[in-house]
Design a protein around this ligand. Structure first.
Ligand code: AP5
Length: 214
C-alpha cells in the first residue's frame, strides 16, 4: 500500500502517518524528519536545508526529489510506504510519478488531513518534538509523562525552531501557494481522499482506516 499524507503544516500528517506505518507494517518516510536528522548530524544537506526551513520556506525541489526517489526503491518499501511531507509541489509530484512509473508502480491513495488555518497556530505553539527519535507531543493533548522528556527515548523535547508563530504563518502561506494545488492533482488521478482533521486523533485514524481497509 502506497500512501501520501497531504495537509497544512500541523494538520496531523506525522501523527497519523506513524500509526498507518505501524498498522500496515510499512515504512514512514518523512522528508521533514530526514532534513532534521541531517541538521542534527551537521551534514551538507542539513546545512542547506536549515536556511530554508528556518524561514518557513520549502527546501528546493532538487534537494528532495532524488532523496525520496532513492528511498522508495529500498527493500523495506517493497510492500509500500507512507509519505509524510512529500510531495509538496507539483514538480515533486510529477517526479514521484515518474520514479514509480520506472518500476511499474503507482500511488494508491493521497489522504488530505483537512484542518483550517485558525486551528493550526494553536497546535503548533503547543507541539513539542524529540529531535532524537522524531516523536511528537502536545503540551495539552499529548503531554510527555515527565515534563520536557521524550517518553520513548528519554531525550529532551523542544519547540521546533520553525514552530514559532511568525514562521508558522509563513509556512501556511507557502502551503496555500505551493502545496494545496496537489489536492487537485490527486483528485484528477482519482486517488484523493479527504478526512476531517479537526476531531480527536483516534477518530481521524478511524476515518483513515475506513479508507485504507482494516
Ligand atoms: P515537515 O516536518 O514535513 O513539517 P510540516 O509539513 O509543516 O508538518 P508538521 O510536521 O509541522 O506537521 P504535521 O502535519 O506532521 O502535524 P503533527 O502530526 O506533528 O517539514 C518541515 C520543513 O521541512 C518544511 O517547512 C520545509 O522547509 C522542509 N521540507 C520538508 N519536506 C519538504 C519537501 N518535500 N519539499 C521541500 N521542503 C520540505 O501534529 C501537529 C501537532 O498537533 C502535534 O503537537 C500533535 O500532537 C497535534 N495534533 C495532531 N493531530 C491532532 C488532532 N486530531 N487534534 C489535536 N491535536 C492534534
Amino acid at each position: 500500500m502506497k500512501v501520501i499524507m497531504l495537509g497544512a503544516p500541523g494538520a496531523g500528517k506525522g501523527t497519523q502517518a506513524k500509526q498507518i506505518a505501524d498498522k500496515y507494517s510499512i515504512p514512514h518516510i518523512s522528508t521533514g524528519d530526514i532534513f532534521r536528522a541531517n541538521i542534527k548530524n551537521g551534514t551538507e544537506l542539513g546545512k542547506k536545508a536549515k536556511t530554508y526551513m528556518d524561514q518557513g520556506l520549502l527546501v528546493p525541489d532538487e534537494l528532495v526529489v532524488e532523496l525520496v526517489a532513492d528511498r522508495i526503491q529500498q527493500d523495506d518499501c517493497k510492500n509500500g510506504f507512507v509519505l509524510d511531507g512529500f510531495p509538496r509541489t507539483i514538480p515533486q509530484a510529477e517526479a514521484l510519478d515518474a520514479a514509480l512509473e520506472n518500476i511499474n508502480e503507482k500511488m494508491d491513495y493521497a489522504i488530505d488531513v483537512d484542518v483550517p488555518d485558525e486551528n493550526i497556530i494553536n497546535r503548533m505553539s503547543g507541539r513539542r518534538a524529540c529531535l532524537n527519535c522524531g516523536a511528537t507531543y502536545h503540551i495539552v493533548s499529548i503531554p510527555t509523562k515527565v515534563e520536557g522528556i521524550c517518553d520513548r527515548c528519554g531525550s529532551p523535547v523542544v519547540l521546533r525552531d520553525d514552530d514559532k508563530p511568525e514562521t508558522v504563518k509563513r509556512r501556511l502561506e507557502v502551503y496555500h501557494e505551493q502545496t494545496q494545488p496537489l489536492i487537485n492533482y490527486y483528485k484528477k488521478q482519482d486517488i484523493l481522499r479527504t478526512v476531517n482533521g479537526v476531531q480527536p486523533m483516534e477518530d481521524v485514524f478511524k476515518s483513515i482506516v475506513e479508507i485504507l481497509g482494516a
